[in-house]
Design a protein around this ligand. Sequence first.
Ligand SMILES: [Zn+2]
Length: 115
Amino acid sequence: MNRAYSLEELLYHESVMHDRYRLGSVVAKHSCGHSYRTKRGSRKESFALEQGVLSPQTCSVCFKLRTTNGPTVVDLQTVCQAEENNNENQSYKITPDLIKAKSSFYSWLYQHLYN
Ligand SMILES: [Zn+2]
């Protein structure tokens, strides 16, 4: 992705990527600082809607960091911050780089995770 993309195109590519990982619009926000989209219809989605800020004990990012080798996702903080901003209707600037970072983040996060 190195040419100029219109906002409409970027939003389209983002929604295709969200569909690939069955991501909904609900963002799970944990007190450890990690925020990420939950899978549509998952238990985590219900918890996030009911409870607001969730405990670090149920954070999927913390879990993956504990159970996989090292920081495999370099853009982890960038993605978590972007999802948090998006959720709180703060500045969310969609770019080709962010879509790529989100795609690798969710691929890592939800690999081998069933719910
Ligand atoms: Zn966490």
